[in-house]
Design a protein around this ligand. Structure first.
Ligand SMILES: Cc1cc2nc3c(=O)[nH]c(=O)nc-3n(C[C@H](O)[C@H](O)[C@H](O)COP(=O)(O)O)c2cc1C
Length: 670
């Protein structure tokens, strides 16, 4: 594919960015007490080397009232200047034409009282579902103080060597709170009609502008708050038109954190929210950035070519592959390790107060300590099993120059990945298989499919090292009737090896059980393509077609022993999945113990220890966990002839992210 637009420079006020790929602000949780750390510098240096035109660092909190997270970067006073300067120097030294922008953050009502040790401040004392607190209404002095904090932070950013600042005014933060009739109930000159509600942002920008002349000021705006009663894309276009006259660029993202419309999860179609940037672009004359789920350069080019935006924010996908821009420029598209939108290492991590990592990229946030080690002695490596851990270990070992041979008992590589991309909205995991298929060819890895390995085979092959990545097997719950003919392991549904029930019971409401419930409820639904086709030709009424697309077709009941469902699901994905279950009418029962699976029924003890029965059940599936499938490993250890390492579920049942991370370490260790 040819890129006509993606690598064109773009002039933004008095700076020119070298291409159209921007890394938006991502609070990585790498700062220490507000200070920039070496880990953070290493992260951005790698992204500078990778070819992105501009790196937006932050959010950086501008004062204590603004502080959203304990491990955020601070720009609240001069003691942070030396390390902020170290960062900009290191990034500019890594690539002279990269621009680095500082995102100025103020959470307003989103700020947690337990983090700042006092009540948060906001335009009005309106309860925030996000912080679970009611803020104190800002006095006129507070307004002046916060505006001054923005000004001082801007001056500090300029002094530290940043090329621009961006106001974090999206997602329902302080600026959005002033703009929203839902959050701004003031009766003075900062509340009421839009002209008043927009006063705080305009005054702030103008104060920043007059204090830091010739500096570039951008603004991140929610393209639609997606909150009933707040600003929609229509009002946001008017707001952008007014604000645009005071700014150098607008960075358009999706809705608020508290919206019930998913913004970043894997089921959000790629490029879904670019219409929001397009909507705003029609009303302003400054550059407009598009954002959210733009994971591949082909899509970025397409958005630019269609004139929907002037630059593209690629956030998580540059965590997954910092070298995406360079690879795209060279036409090495199959080599790009793009984000799959799982959120496990990034969003879900920061909600657990951990640092950002990445399911796809074991090096993210660990750049200095994970350089590929030079090869001391070329070894013959046998990798048994081609799930995520085995494939990653094979890739890394082969990249370093080892002679790597993968043995897979099935007729295709991927192992567990072939299961996890099947449920609705999980399709992007398939890209992992496409990547590894390419790397197998690129790094000269030999693959033996449909080969079951035993000790004799290993002796015949005589490797120097064996990586045992033989995966896991299901834990069979000790329930009367579990051996009946209509009872199947959940994963067999996803691999196409189990029939689909019309009225099913799923034992186990963890991540797999919930994925399965949605899959079964919707099994046989109209495809999106058919929906598109039939409604285009007006062959079917849109509401009937919509029901055929989204409605449930099968009855499903989930029985979970624990008091909560989806315990292994990350925060950002869990609510989306549970909302879907509700919409599909899936019955989900917690704190129950299944006692018997009978002919056409399942009985269980409910939370009150009363026996209940579900009748007319045609299929039962169990998703009650897995255990290591490590027999071969034990045999090899007993033999004692070879150097053997266990990876992935064969070591201990773990997430795909943990398997990839371990695979990287193992592949880099021999
Ligand atoms: C861990 C994490 C932290 C984020 N922190 C910020 C932030 O501080 N400011 C901001 O404007 N956006 C923040 N974002 C949102 C991203 O900038 C981006 O809009 C979002 O990830 C969607 O784009 P993507 O699909 O390209 O990743 C964050 C995203 C992640 C994953």
């Amino acid at each position: 594919m040819k890129f006509f637009k993606l690598f064109e420079p773009l002039k933004i006020n008095n700076m020119t960015i070298s291409n159209r790929i921007v890394m938006p602000a991502i609070n990585l949780n790498y700062a220490n007490d507000g200070f920039i750390t070496q880990k953070l510098i290493d992260f951005y240096v790698e992204r500078a080397k990778g070819g992105a035109a501009m790196l937006i660092v932050g959010g950086c909190y501008i004062d204590l009232y603004a502080k959203g997270h304990p491990m955020m970067i601070s720009i609240e006073n001069d003691k942070y200047l030396p390390m902020l300067t170290e960062l900009t120097k290191a990034v500019h030294n890594a690539r002279s034409d990269v621009k680095v922008c500082c995102q100025l953050y103020h959470g307003g009502a989103y700020t947690y009282p337990q983090i700042i040790g006092r009540a948060p401040i906001a335009p009005s004392a309106v309860y925030s579902k996000f912080s679970k607190a009611t803020p104190r209404e800002m006095t006129l002095d507070d307004i002046k103080n916060e505006q001054q904090a923005f000004v001082e932070a801007t001056l500090r950013a300029k002094k530290a060597g940043f090329d621009a600042v961006e106001i974090c005014a999206n997602a329902g933060y302080l600026m959005d709170q002033f703009l929203s009739p839902l959050k701004n109930k003031r009766t003075d000159e900062y509340g009421g009609v839009l002209e008043n509600r927009i006063r705080f942002p305009i005054e702030t920008i103008e104060l920043m502008r007059s204090s830091a002349e010739d500096f570039n000021i951008g603004y991140r705006i929610s393209g639609d708050d997606f909150v009933p009663g707040s600003n929609t894309y229509k009002e946001k276009a008017i707001i952008a038109e007014i604000l645009g006259k005071h700014l150098d660029y607008l960075n358009v993202t999706g809705g608020w954190h508290v919206t019930k419309t998913p913004q970043t999860t894997m089921d959000v179609p790629e490029g879904c929210y670019t219409y929001l940037a397009e909507n705003i672009k029609k009303h302003v004359s400054i550059p407009v950035f598009a954002s959210n789920r733009i994971n591949i350069p082909e899509l970025a080019e397409n958005i630019l070519m269609a004139g929907k935006a002037d630059a593209i924010c690629m956030g998580r996908t540059l965590i997954a592959d910092p070298y995406l821009p360079i690879k795209a420029k060279r036409g090495e598209l199959r080599d790009i390790m793009n984000c799959v939108g799982c959120n496990q290492g990034c969003f879900d991590s920061i909600f657990k107060l951990s640092s950002v990592t990445c399911l796809r990229n074991a090096r993210a946030g660990n750049e200095a300590r994970t350089e590929l080690k030079p090869l001391k002695e070329k070894k013959k490596v046998m990798v048994i099993g081609s799930g995520p851990g085995g494939l990653e270990a094979a890739r890394v070992a082969a990249m370093r120059g080892h002679d790597v041979h993968i043995f897979e008992k099935e007729d295709k590589i991927g192992g567990l990945i072939n299961i996890i991309w099947v449920p609705p909205g999980r399709n992007e995991f398939k890209r992992m298989i496409e990547n590894y298929t390419y790397w197998i060819q690129k790094y000269g890895i030999t693959v033996h499919l449909q080969e079951k390995v035993n000790l004799d085979k290993i002796k015949e092959y005589n490797p120097d090292v064996v990586f045992v990545a033989t995966g896991s097997k299901p834990i069979l719950p000790p329930i009367t009737g579990i051996d009946r003919g209509n009872v199947y392991w959940a994963n067999l549904v996803f691999s196409g090896d189990a029939p689909i029930g019309k009225n099913s019971v799923i034992i186990g409401g963890g991540a797999t059980g919930i994925e399965l419930a949605i899959y079964l409820a919707k099994y046989g639904a109209l495809s999106r393509e058919a929906f598109d086709f039939l409604t285009f030709y007006k062959a079917l009424e849109p509401d009937v077609a919509l029901n055929m697309l989204h409605g449930a077709r099968n009855k499903v009941t989930v029985l979970e022993q624990l008091p909560k469902l989806g315990s292994a699901l990350g925060k950002t994905t869990k609510w989306v999945m549970l909302d879907k279950c509700d919409a599909l009418g899936i019955k989900m029962l917690t704190s129950v113990n299944v006692t018997e699976i009978g002919q056409n029924y399942v009985s269980y003890m409910d939370a009150n220890d009363t026996e209940q029965v579900i009748n007319d059940v045609d299929m039962v599936y169990y998703a009650t966990g897995v255990k290591p499938n490590d027999n071969l490993y034990s045999e090899l250890k007993e033999l004692g002839t070879y150097s053997v390492v266990k990876i992935g579920d064969a070591k201990k049942p773990e997430t795909v992210m943990e398997a990839v991370s371990r695979g990287y370490k193992v592949g880099n260790s021999i």
